[in-house]
Design a protein around this ligand. Sequence first.
Ligand code: ARG
Length: 567
Amino acid sequence: MDLSTKVRAAFEAAFPGNDFSFVRAVPATDRKFGDYQCNDALKLAKPMRLNPREVAAKVAEKLSADEAVAKVEVAGPGFLNITVSGAWISSRLGLLAADGNLSVPQIGKGKKIVIDYSSPNAAKQMHIGHIRSTVIGGALDRIFRTLGYDVIADNHLGDWGTQFGILIKGYRELLTDEERENLTVATLEKCYVLSAARAKEEDGVWREGCKAELVKLQQGDEGNRALWKRFIDISIGEFERMYSKLGVSFDTYRGESYYNDMMPGVVKRLQEVSLAVESEGALVVNLENENLGVAIVRKSDGGYNYTTSDLACVESRVKEYQPERIIYVTDARQQLHFKQWFSIAAKLGCTTKLVHVPFGLMSFQGKAISTREGNLVRLDELLSEAVKRSLAIVTSRRGSEEASSNPSEEDIRLAEQIGYGAVKYSDLSHDPITDIDFSWDKALALDGNSGPYLQYAYARVNSLMEKAGVSGVEGAFSVEESSERSLALQLLEFPGAVVRAAEAYKPSILADYLFQTAQLYSSFYQNTPVLKSDEETRRARLNLCALFGSVLSKGLSCLGIETPKRI
Ligand code: ARG
């Protein structure tokens, strides 16, 4: 039984007939006073008109009878400070170690979630601005799956709109035969730039031509449809090359185009219930009494927009998947958009929980990411650079000339694991909503809060186990010394950290937890002899090491970061 359940039982025994589902024991903020604390006696005292210290004392009395509890004290206005027994800690660690899920509760069993993330625009190369949605979304995807949810990862590609008229015209008239044959996303990007420039010409001929191609596409012209489809397929192929490096994969790539035909229906319904009204030729939903301004759902030229598209999309997803929740991961500048259409969807009767996970801006080496600054680094280049720099670290640690001038396949694979892990962790270690700066020094630091630091910690514990000739946990854990105890209690918090990260939609909670755990492990390892202690202690300490390794590896895998066994 976990400690919260025990404390709840003590409340029930002391005050029978009440609902104590809110009662929790949480890790103590100051370990001087105990391992855990429970502040819930205060919540109970008020409605019962009792003195909170007396409530706490009664609960403490019941709780002290439990073998798991070594000491329980009432402090301050009615806090319970609880010290648990070493035997209980060891048995809880044993349960964690024996469970393939490391005791992560399967709270998502039977529940479906759609996560809409990455969602780049087709026919353009991904650049570093695309990292955040991809990496944060990918981590949430993994975290929710770890909790047992049935996750549908949906890439809401930007695959529709005026740019396709420009692209098709450019493709037909500006590309060489060879470029057309070996079409790549880079070529499409160039084609767009050239064609868009010509669309600005004064006579307007090119512009009209682009429009005509767009109209043909929208009306289902076979040739243009086929071209469009080819542009999308090539784009997805290129995106998937990035995704496989970043360890993310999608169940579906339903772009905006998929919802195109559904938009008139949405607008019709909005009009039927008088939510949408005419305003200066456009159709709008007034959300001013919610302080959300006015949302356009049909432009004055009759076209639909992002709001209409998301409304059609949510209806379709709800109907098809009946998800418990839909999560959208985009940059924070889209907050108003999501607030607006979430509100409209609710008014249309949507009861599915809709969650927007906004993230802050990313700068690169101290500079804003922009084409003008000349630092709009392509994602591909960034990832290659990450591997190159990691390879230098790996081979320099090997220490031989040979290793650095002629790296082995194994070293290259290792450098990929380190490099991609570093890029991802440098983002995931921050609360999504904060603005972050990507810097090579920080991302690749071997001694700070970085991906490589955690990967090295894993490789080190793994090599220790190899040296000791053990592969996993066997028997009891040693929790006598204070550094052992701190580490042990921290390991028990792993399931809670996964749950909290999911509840808050912040992978950073899990990253923080893992970093703290690695620090506690390192202080344990420095202060406590493992291999040199007597046989029984040695095994019990190795068990702590082994479990630390499993927690670290599972936690990093929730963040999409690999853990090579040897570095
Ligand atoms: N394509 C959009 C962008 O590049 C993100 C789409 C997010 N998903 C959605 N359903 N609106 O910012």
